[in-house]
Design a protein around this ligand. Structure first.
Ligand SMILES: *[C@@H]1O[C@H](CO)[C@@H](O)[C@H](O)[C@H]1NC(C)=O
Ligand SMILES: *[C@@H]1O[C@H](CO)[C@@H](O)[C@H](O)[C@H]1NC(C)=O
Ligand SMILES: CC(=O)N[C@H]1CO[C@H](CO)[C@@H](O)[C@@H]1O
Ligand SMILES: CC(=O)N[C@H]1CO[C@H](CO)[C@@H](O)[C@@H]1O
Ligand SMILES: CC(=O)N[C@H]1CO[C@H](CO)[C@@H](O)[C@@H]1O
Length: 688
């Protein structure tokens, strides 16, 4: 079996630390970087020797769980080393323990083959099953198979989930028709949650998402969807972050085949689909989760306190264990192959990288924080292996890290000594906007500080910028639009009422904040569904504390369709912003050159990807003939403007204006031009 990992190019050291070449400040930590790299390669070598390599190893779902062979026998394997006996029980054998005993091998894996009956699969499709274990103390423990692909809940009977044997007849299996789109050069992500994607007071379905949301997302100019809360989670209010069944697509929104249709249809529209993958922790449920699966405290997880996350009240994986690696790597592989996802947003990466899980820890940016004893190298190495496996097997895959710590080399490939992600989320940006909106008067916004936060990112590692994600929409928090307009959103958003100063300001700043973040903040952009049009209110899922209400567990997407409401303008602006990016491609252009941050005028000017961005955040000062520097001479026109009529502005800028450059250095740029920038307006100019 050949190694999946490229041998270092001739001359390159075997324990590659190419990252140090990119960032010489890392040289004091060269040894740590080498150790991580070596540990990842130790695993790869071991898997090559014992398992036939990463490729075969990550196909665990073909070996574990329930699989049907070509003769219609069902083969079921389950790793449960602490159990002394195991039986497969279910509707098919009237839940009788004696009839289907499993055999245990030396690695603690139980196995059974249920032979075909008259050539047909003996376990009916969609029937309920369980594994019944005997623990060393003689106790019986019934569990849902750890690799189960479909589980359902009948609340009237019990809150615990039932495992189902998902094996639809050929005619009912979804067949993929479309190939994956190419990885977008400029990643514009629409973060969405299927269940809340309707204005109605209920859980929306995969089918509805396919029908209603996909065209909407396409029309808004996004080229990627990030789906939350797909992995099965017993508690809806966990927002999908307390996973019980890692291989099961949540049945709340419909059967597995409907999710396949969703992904395939997205592909037909040129949209890539990323899965929000939760490998940072697991639900502590025993009856329908992985916790205490075989009666031990440490099967998939670390034992005791090390295996528990205090804030999340959940269990933490043991990334150093062979079988846990098989389970998690195979899980990634499964979502790629079975559902044709295009990549992952890894949730809670900070928790995986550090022994303190980021709890009560601030990161100052000092490099010692990323390479000292606080780092959980097993977590780091798991992420290296996961990224390496994915990128080797799927060259177009996209992986995104949710990491607040800013660990260097997180988004560089393993061969350079990095962890291997493609992007990280710019988690400091939303925090900055919220802080400004909470604490600063408009006259006090600090242009230099805003620009610094938006551009403070590691050279050579890609970042996804966002003003707000689902985090800022959660109960107890406030979205940017709520910060800006608050109660007036309920009373003053009608076109039939006069534009009040609060709504006027809110609409203007909402567009400017998005555009500034889009233009300056990263190599990708993300929006959480609804925020593109200033969705009012927070999100709160039905739970006991709110009398199981769906009132806040929905997105009122129809607010944009009501032509008497002003939300349509914010929505339209989002579309134009994305389409303009699509044309000029600033996201995949090198970082912007900021030629002006003027604290008195409240003006920011920068160029990126051939587009000239001009922002006037001043609450009342408009500037005629404002001189801005620009490197490339020529005739410019306005290609996007937050003040235009169609996006609810005052239409103060004449779109027919042409801007000629004058050959004279200005603000460090080789040429300049004059523009009219009304107060609280941003414009983007580009060569004609
Ligand atoms: C195995 O399970 C029993 C429960 O029957 C538990 O008491 C014991 O600690 C477990 N063994 C190990 C090695 O964890
Ligand atoms: C949006 O849909 C919901 C639920 O169907 C309805 O109650 C509401 O009135 C609609 N709002 C608008 C603005 O159309
Ligand atoms: C993903 C997407 O919607 N892309 C579109 C962006 O805008 C350009 C220009 O209008 C279209 O050609 C793309 O299809
Ligand atoms: C014109 C209009 O409807 N103004 C309303 C804006 O909101 C405030 C406070 O919510 C109301 O008092 C106004 O009547
Ligand atoms: C005065 C001046 O530097 N003008 C410059 C405008 O930009 C062009 C192209 O970069 C230069 O060639 C000019 O020298």
């Amino acid at each position: 079996m050949t190694s999946l990992v490229e041998k270092p190019a001739n001359g390159a050291p075997k324990d590659s630390v190419g990252v140090v070449k990119l960032d010489p400040w890392l040289s004091p930590f060269e040894q740590v970087l080498q150790r991580r790299y070596a540990k990842a390669h130790e695993w790869i070598d071991r898997l090559n020797k014992t398992e036939g390599g990463l490729d075969v190893f990550s196909k665990g779902s073909e070996k574990f769980g329930l699989n049907v062979d070509k003769n219609n026998n069902v083969v079921y394997r389950e790793w449960a080393p602490n159990a002394t006996e195991a039986f497969l029980i279910g509707d098919f054998n009237n839940w009788e323990r004696g009839t289907h005993p499993m055999k245990k091998n030396e690695f603690g894996v139980f196995e059974i083959t249920v032979p075909a009956k008259d050539g047909k699969v003996a376990i009916p499709h969609n029937s309920k099953i369980k594994i019944s274990l005997t623990l060393p103390n003689g106790e019986r423990a019934d569990r849902l198979p750890a690799w189960i692909k479909y589980v359902t809940q009948e609340l009237a009977v019990s809150p615990a989930y039932d495992a189902r044997f998902w094996n639809p007849p050929e005619s009912e299996r979804y067949k993929f028709k479309h190939t994956r789109p190419k990885q977008p050069e400029s990643l514009r992500i629409y973060e969405a949650h299927v269940g809340i994607s309707s204005p109605e007071l209920r859980v929306a379905t995969y089918k509805e998402f396919t029908k209603n949301m996909l065209p909407r997302i396409k029309n808004l100019g996004y080229n990627a969807i990030q789906l939350m809360a797909i992995m099965e989670h017993a508690y809806y209010a966990s927002f999908g972050y307390q996973v019980n069944n890692f291989f099961a697509a949540s049945s709340r929104y419909g059967p597995p085949e409907d999710l396949k249709e969703l992904v395939d249809t997205a592909h037909s529209l040129g949209l890539v689909v990323l899965l929000d993958i939760v490998h940072s922790h697991a639900s502590k449920n025993v009856l329908d989760g992985l916790n205490h699966f075989d009666g031990s405290d440490h099967q998939y997880f670390h034992e005791g306190g090390k295996g528990r996350h205090d804030l999340w009240d959940s269990r933490l994986f043991n990334y150093g264990h062979h079988e846990v690696l098989r389970f998690l790597l195979s899980n990634l592989r499964f979502w790629m192959d079975e559902y044709q996802f295009d990549g992952f947003r890894f949730d809670g990466v900070t928790s995986m990288l550090y022994i303190h899980h980021g709890i009560g820890t601030g990161f100052s940016g000092g490099y010692h924080e990323y390479f000292g004893a606080e780092v959980d190298e097993e977590g780091v190495v798991y992420l290296m292996l996961a990224n390496e496996m994915l990128h080797q097997l799927y060259p177009e895959v996209i992986t995104v890290a949710e990491d607040v710590s800013g660990m260097p080399a997180l988004c560089l490939p393993l061969k350079l000594g990095g962890v291997g992600f493609d992007y990280r989320l710019a988690m400091a940006i939303p925090d900055m906007w919220i802080k400004i909106l909470k604490e600063k008067k408009d006259e006090d916004w600090d242009m230099a500080n805003i620009c610094w936060t938006l551009t403070n990112r590691r050279h050579g590692e890609k970042t996804i910028a966002y003003c707000e994600s689902h985090d800022q929409a959660l109960v107890g928090d406030k979205t940017i639009m709520m910060h800006l307009c608050d109660a007036e959103l309920y009373t003053n958003m009608s076109n039939l009422t006069p534009l009040t100063p609060v709504i006027d300001r809110g609409m203007a700043l909402h567009k400017m904040i998005r555009l500034l973040t889009h233009g300056l903040g990263g190599e990708g952009y993300l929006n959480f569904e609804g925020n593109e049009f200033g969705h009012p209110e927070w999100l709160d899922f039905p739970r006991e504390g709110n009398q199981n209400s769906f009132w806040y567990a929905r997105r009122q997407l129809n607010l944009t369709e009501d032509h008497l409401l002003r939300y349509q303008y914010l929505n339209q602006f989002d579309r134009l912003m994305n389409l303009t990016e699509d044309k000029y491609g600033w996201l995949h252009a090198p970082q912007a050159y900021i030629s002006l941050k003027h604290e008195g005028d409240k003006v920011i000017v920068f160029e990126r990807g051939g587009a000239l961005f001009i922002f006037n955040f001043h609450p009342s000062q408009s500037y005629a003939d404002y001189r801005v520097g620009v490197d490339v001479p020529g005739m410019y026109k306005c290609v996007l403007n937050t003040d235009s009529k169609e996006v609810g502005g005052h239409d103060r800028i004449d779109s027919n204006t042409r801007y000629h450059t004058t050959a004279m250095e200005w603000n460090g740029r080789k040429n300049w031009t004059h523009v009219y920038v009304p107060c609280r307006t941003a414009l983007v100019l580009a060569l004609e």
